[in-house]
Design a binder for this molecule. Structure first.
Ligand SMILES: [Zn+2]
Length: 275
């Protein structure tokens, strides 16, 4: 619904990151104050300028960020598509605004993807940050105080807690991610989060094998969902358990060194994307 608009980015949206599946207890704090991401050629993303979103999702990559949706406060929710292969993969750099640790990985991913020769096998859609208002304010939720990762139309959606948004897809950020999933129909969804004092991965839907391979390569353990609080209306509940799409959640350690994180997960991440 928000496609086809031309808009000007007004704020230096730093990076992003996000979250998925079970993050119920992701207690936030200490979001890194990272600068603008760098693209594959090392050039910083333009903090200002005009972005055209006229090219549809899934279009061949040209290294450009496009606007897939607009946040509550008017910030662009940006996507970049790299590769043109038959396997569609959706990568979300962040969804909880106070979990910015995945932003460095998000910035490094386009060049690594291309360099690994995955372009003819995979079409990778990268969401820079699904919650740019939360990122700017360093809050878990969006500008309405809603946890975007509880606002998806899963059968377990909980309308009782106002932080879940009242009704599914009541927030522009969750609607944007929802529309991307509809458009892309991804074979795999990967979402970046962060966790206090731990790093691990989790999964929803038919992603056990993917998670195990990721763990073996990266050293991040797979932590079972039942160790966490219920996550009604989460992206993992909706896309993973209900839509049967593999959802891999990567939880980096809060406050960790983003470059070290990237080096640790790079090979495993590219392998998961490759399928
Ligand atoms: Zn989270």
């Amino acid at each position: 619904m928000l496609k086809g608009v031309k808009m000007t980015i007004r704020s230096p949206l730093a990076v992003l990151l996000l979250t998925v599946a079970f993050a119920a207890a992701c207690n936030a704090h200490g979001a890194n104050s990272l600068g603008p991401q760098t693209l594959s050629d090392g050039a910083p993303t333009t903090p200002t300028g005009t972005i055209s979103s006229s090219v549809p999702v899934g279009a061949p990559a040209d290294g450009a960020w496009r606007t897939a949706g607009i946040s509550v406060q008017g910030r662009p929710i940006r996507t970049m598509t790299v590769g043109q292969g038959p396997r569609p993969v959706l990568f979300i750099g962040g969804i909880h605004g106070d979990e910015a640790e995945g932003s460095y990985t998000t910035g490094q991913l386009p060049a690594a993807f291309t360099g690994a020769g995955l372009s003819d096998r995979v079409t990778l859609t990268i969401v820079e940050d699904a919650n740019p208002d939360g990122r700017a304010a360093k809050t878990r939720g969006n500008a309405n105080g809603v946890d975007v990762n509880r606002n998806f139309p899963a059968p377990n959606f909980d309308p009782a807690d106002p932080a879940n948004g009242g009704t599914p897809l009541s927030q522009p950020e969750s609607r944007t991610v929802y529309s991307l999933i509809e458009d892309i129909n991804p074979d795999l969804i990967i979402v970046m989060h962060s966790w206090q004092d731990r790093q691990f991965i989790n999964f929803d839907g038919p992603a056990r094998e993917i998670a195990d391979r990721f763990a073996a390569t990266s050293g991040l353990p797979v932590t079972a969902s039942n160790e966490f609080a219920p996550t009604p209306g989460s992206l993992g509940s909706y896309a993973g358990r209900d839509r049967k799409r593999p959802v891999l959640t990567i939880e980096l350690r809060k406050g960790s060194d983003p470059q070290a994180d990237w080096e640790q997960i790079r090979v495993a991440l590219l392998a998961a994307i490759n399928g």
